[in-house]
Design a binder for this molecule. Structure first.
Ligand code: NAD
Length: 445
């Protein structure tokens, strides 16, 4: 096999003739594949899930940030291909890994997807290619996990293979930013690798920000997520304190946010959700142990955030006891919003699911409405909820419920109609007050 030089690969990227493999076509990989293809690069998306491949060939998008029109147009232009056949990796020049990085049952990093994908790449890669990890992980992963796998396959890093890390910063549901307009941190294992990674993303991201080492880039991503987790925990704690003092925490935060410097608003909620914030900080906790260090802020934030659903349930119990004189075991509750954040269908780690489960455990009869989640998919932690369906909004009969619990503040919900139902509303998102709706039946939690 002939050895391709750094210069050849760089010029292939610059001239858009490099063939790009995106491995893992989920919330991160699919928008990346589409954005790279839009720039003129030839992209092949690889996934182990054949259903996703079928959907993509049928022009069906399962990720909010990617439109069906985009998929159809790029397919027609011959810019993208989708496959579950990993032997096609042999034809690729640039490999971008976007596979999951969850926690194990013991809340330790589960790098099995990253390892399996890198091993698959190592089986097919031709010398002189570029491999970039995008999955969120602890500092050191690229050096300590990816590089040895590729080296064991006989590829000398910096010579036969160039290796980089560039963290993803998708914000599902955020209409203001997309893959091309979110600044991209890039790093490489050596100067040439960094130049290649920078050139690659420079083709379709407006602002590429190089940093000195892959472990610095990994640390940047994890710092961003810890920053959110800790700040959300802080306002969740303040919510409980101010609640006891009969002070509205949302008004406090909005007031503080009028300060033009030194304050950044974060908002409380029913607990953390999503693939990132509840999980990623613990990657650092695990790695810090290797250095005999503890991550006290992360642990404390995790502790505060993880009891939020219990706090919400306690508030709900209190409200229906006072207003209706019934306990949870006799209550009929309507949950609004089962996805983890507004305007998305993603329900990974959603606190609404925890709420649903806690309420059912307490004997309540619970129904949910979510305009973005018609049916609960299979979830590792709550297999019993699979197949529960959303009650269509126009079928909500107030006579069937004792209270409404707003867990996610989707824009597509008619909150005025909820107010008109004249039921007690427990609002964990300040959705009612923000819309200027009557508050006499509303308790915040
Ligand atoms: N979702 C977000 O908003 C977000 C934001 C920033 C970073 N991240 C990070 O990006 C990474 C991917 O997250 P995601 O949300 O896109 O996950 P996802 O579950 O939506 O998608 C991952 C995809 O990878 C596929 N996959 C699994 N193993 C594979 C393999 N061996 N080869 C090819 N495909 C494989 C899965 O079938 C799935 O389609 C994670 O590390 C996550 O922490 C996610």
């Amino acid at each position: 096999m002939s050895q391709r030089s750094f210069e050849t690969l760089l010029s292939q990227i610059e001239s858009l003739s490099a063939k790009v493999a995106v491995l893992g076509l989920g919330y991160v990989g699919l928008p990346l594949a589409v954005t790279a293809a839009r720039s003129g690069l030839h992209v092949t998306g690889f996934d182990i899930d054949p259903e996703k491949i079928d959907k993509l060939y049928a022009g069906q998008s399962y990720v909010g940030a990617v439109s069906e029109a985009d998929l159809t147009e790029l397919l027609e232009m011959g810019r993208v291909a989708w496959t579950a056949d990993f032997t096609q990796l042999a034809e690729m020049d640039v490999f971008v890994i976007c596979v999951p990085t969850p926690l194990t049952e013991h809340r330790e990093p589960d790098l099995s997807y990253v390892i399996a994908t890198t091993e698959e790449i190592a089986r097919h890669i031709t010398p002189g290619s570029l491999v970039i990890l995008e999955s969120t992980t602890y500092p050191g992963t690229t050096d300590e996990v990816l590089t040895p796998i590729l080296a064991q396959a006989g590829l000398a890093p910096g010579k036969d293979v160039f290796i980089g890390f560039s963290p993803e910063r998708e914000d599902p549901g955020n209409a203001h930013y997309k893959t091309s307009t979110i600044p991209k941190i890039v790093a490489g294992d050596g100067e040439e690798a960094r130049q290649l990674v920078e050139a690659f993303y420079g083709k379709f991201v407006h602002n590429v920000v190089p940093v000195s080492k892959t472990r610095t880039a990994e640390a940047i991503k994890i710092t961003e997520n810890i920053f959110r987790a800790v700040n959300i925990a802080l306002v969740n704690e303040l919510k409980v304190i101010f609640d006891a003092m009969e002070i509205g925490v949302w008004e406090v935060i909005d007031g503080a946010a009028t300060k033009p410097f030194g304050f950044m608003p974060f908002y409380p909620g029913p607990g953390l959700g999503g693939h990132c914030i509840p999980i990623d900080p613990f990657y650092l906790t695990w790695k810090a142990r290797e250095y005999h260090l503890s991550t006290r802020f992360i642990e404390l934030a995790g502790e505060i955030n993880s009891v939020m659903p219990d706090y919400v349930v306690a508030r709900l119990r209190d409200v229906i006891d006072r207003r209706l004189g019934i306990g949870l075991s006799r209550a009929r509750i309507l949950i609004i919003g089962i996805a983890y954040k507004k305007n998305v269908s993603d329900m990974r780690e959603s606190p609404s699911v925890r709420l649903l489960s806690l309420l059912r455990e307490a004997g309540a009869h619970v129904t949910f409405h979510d305009p973005h989640v018609p049916e609960i998919p299979r979830m590792r932690e709550y297999p019993e909820l699979k197949g529960s369906v959303s009650l269509p909004f126009d079928e909500i009969d107030p006579a069937d419920f004792d209270a409404i619990l707003i867990a996610t503040d989707h824009d597509a919900v008619d909150y005025a109609a909820l107010a008109a139902m004249n039921l007690p509303i427990i609002d964990t998102r300040n959705a009612m007050q923000r819309r200027g709706l009557p508050m006499e039946n509303v308790a915040k939690a």
